[in-house]
Write a protein that binds this ligand. Structure first.
Ligand code: IMP
Length: 432
């Protein structure tokens, strides 16, 4: 068996959670391979809405195993907030959740350091979710991090104290006032206490050697779906650095983040929205600063599921999408939130960029400020509700034209179309 992959082709928030949830019944195992609680995967069904940050989106299906892979970084406090919410909703998430021993921990001081570093950057700040992502990955790659497996070892307290001390020195050197900083509404000391309580509870979870678990499961014929977080345009190597997250969000990250050989990668499902959004700072070539942008935000309820921040909105960006398809080796496309464009008489598609006298078809090294100007093609909108659509054949001709243009430009068919938040509002071109 191979590992299928599902990931975002834009700047995150493409609606991956919903699609993973729709796909879950077809897979035995759902695996998160990178990122941490900066992610926010929203899933709605039976009138209830859940936002997952660390737990894989297959958790709602009791027959599916979910694994948090070695490439993920985990904040125990946030993990248990999530697990407790699921338990209160009548589920038993601990039964079908495994955690790789090699995943790294996010310490309270990683969150503190994230805030201190962002504060220091002033106007040049990344717009981080302040969940400690950058500092925790910095410690991982600097070989100072603490892994989940370490919490079961006798020297854990000593390692924790040492790393905390180092972090506090750094925070002091940055001249940051930690007394004013709040963590989920708490001061540092109370937060640290709660964090330790959650850490104790983590010992009761199923901690395992994730790479062996996944490879042996595949050998035994089990199917695996790797669930990406953030989006391709936030990848540490290929996004508009430094306005990126600190992990490889692309297909390549699945191999290192789960312990899987490249030849075991199967189908790659690439998810994109019918328009674009971005939360945080950094280049966004097709961003709208007008009434159309406001309308997208309102219709699409474009507010961050992790931070609540309003998302920046803009037209679909084909050079960025083609770049993402290439980097990930996408073979299936999924278009989300088409219904958000229901009320637009005219819809624009960015087909290429202009840079000086040159026309660029791909995403360039430099994309900020005035370095590139998006070139648009206008198309007639469908200007009506999609609520009655039950299959791809029901969709209005203008939406069909829009999809056909995207398919031609992307070089791939759109196999799935999402027209609303519910599981049932998902139209498939064919049985995949
Ligand atoms: P960090 O990953 O929290 O350090 O944030 C780095 C950048 O990635 C910021 O612009 C965040 O807003 C953005 N970001 C991080 N996680 C997500 C996500 O799951 N969806 C969308 N944007 C994200």
């Amino acid at each position: 068996m191979k590992v299928d992959v599902i990931l975002g082709l834009q700047w995150g928030d493409e609606g991956k959670g919903k699609i993973v949830d729709v796909f879950t019944p077809r897979y035995n195992i759902i695996a998160r391979f990178q990122g941490g609680p900066n992610a926010g995967h929203t899933i709605e069904f039976q009138g209830k809405k859940f936002v997952l940050h660390t737990v894989p989106s297959g958790i709602f299906h009791p027959g599916t195993q979910n694994i948090i892979g070695n490439g993920v970084i985990i904040d125990p406090f946030i993990l248990f907030q999530e697990l407790d919410t699921l338990t209160r909703a009548g589920m038993s998430p601990e039964n079908n959740l495994l955690i790789s021993r090699r995943a790294h921990l996010i310490l309270p001081t990683h969150r503190l350091l994230d805030a201190a570093l962002e504060h220091r950057k002033g106007d040049a700040k990344i717009g981080s979710t302040l969940k400690g992502i950058g500092p925790a990955y910095t410690d991982k790659y600097g070989r100072n991090g603490i892994r989940i497996g370490n919490i079961l070892l006798p020297d854990f307290q000593q390692r924790y104290r040492q790393l905390k001390e180092d972090h506090l020195d750094m925070v002091k050197n940055l001249g940051f006032d930690m007394a004013a900083q709040r963590f989920d509404g708490m001061g540092f000391t109370s937060y640290e206490e709660q964090w330790f309580e959650a850490l104790g509870r983590m010992k009761t979870l199923q901690i395992t050697d994730g790479e062996w678990f996944i490879n042996k499961s595949m050998d035994a014929g089990k199917s695996v779906l790797a669930e990406g977080a953030q989006g391709t345009m936030l990848d540490i190597d290929f996004g508009a650095y430094p306005y990126v997250t600190s992990s490889n969000t692309i297909t390549a990250g699945v191999c290192s983040g789960l312990g899987i050989a490249p030849q075991r990668i199967g189908t790659v499902f690439g998810i994109f929205k019918a328009y674009c959004t971005r939360v945080g700072s950094g280049p966004f070539p097709t961003e709208l600063h007008d009434a159309d942008g406001d309308k997208m935000r309102k219709e699409g309820n474009e507010f961050g599921s992790t931070t609540g921040r309003p998302r920046r909105c803009g037209w679909i960006d084909m050079p960025a999408l083609r770049y993402a398809i290439m980097l990930n080796g996408v073979n299936r496309l999924i278009m989300m939130k088409s219904d958000v464009l229901n009320q637009f008489p005219v819809i624009k598609i960015c087909t290429s960029y202009q840079s000086g006298d040159a026309i660029l078809d791909g995403y360039p090294f430099e994309s900020g400020g005035d370095s590139i100007r998006p070139l648009y093609r206008e198309m007639q909108g469908w200007n009506r509700s999609l609520a009655h659509c039950r299959s791809m054949t029901d969709i209005p001709a203008e939406l069909k034209n829009y999809i056909q243009y995207i398919e031609k430009s992307a070089g791939l068919p759109v196999d799935i179309l999402s027209i609303g938040p519910d599981r049932l509002q998902t139209l498939q071109r064919e049985t995949l």
